[in-house]
Design a protein around this ligand. Structure first.
Ligand SMILES: [Zn+2]
Length: 135
């Protein structure tokens, strides 16, 4: 009856704010660089020489040796990296963590927006038929 209740969803201020937040997250997503899963580890190791200082002094251990590890088919894969490779892989794994945080935020936001849309739609639904007359 009241025309104010027949506004399309985009005129809802809450939904408009959610849409603006989504566009902001999409812009951040567009800035994302190349990414890969996994973690880059720097390890310092003992060698096989019994008289080597590394055997008794942790500060004398060899390395760092870099390793990129990731899960594939429920198994952890270890991949040795040269020092110059490590920085590139580290950057790429950070990008993927950024991607996942962004996706999580987008999903949380989407959930709120969808709830809001449902709420608006229910207000528009005519009580007598249950049919939705307006999108
Ligand atoms: Zn050693």
């Amino acid at each position: 009856m009241a025309s104010a209740r027949r506004k399309p969803p985009t005129e809802d201020p809450v939904l408009r704010r959610y849409e603006a937040q989504l566009r902001d997250l999409q812009a951040q997503l567009a800035e994302l660089g190349f990414f890969c899963k996994g973690t880059v580890l720097a390890r310092r190791m003992k060698c096989g020489t019994p008289t080597c200082a590394c055997q008794t002094d942790p500060a004398q251990r060899h390395g760092p040796y870099f390793e990129w590890t990731y899960k594939a088919a429920a198994k952890t894969v270890h991949h040795h990296l040269q020092p110059e490779e490590a920085a590139i892989y580290e950057q790429a794994t950070q990008e993927r963590r950024r991607l996942r945080r962004l996706l999580q935020r987008m999903e949380n936001l989407s959930r709120r927006a969808i709830d809001r849309k449902v709420k608006i739609r229910k207000k528009l639904r005519p009580t007598q038929s249950g049919k939705i007359s307006q999108r």
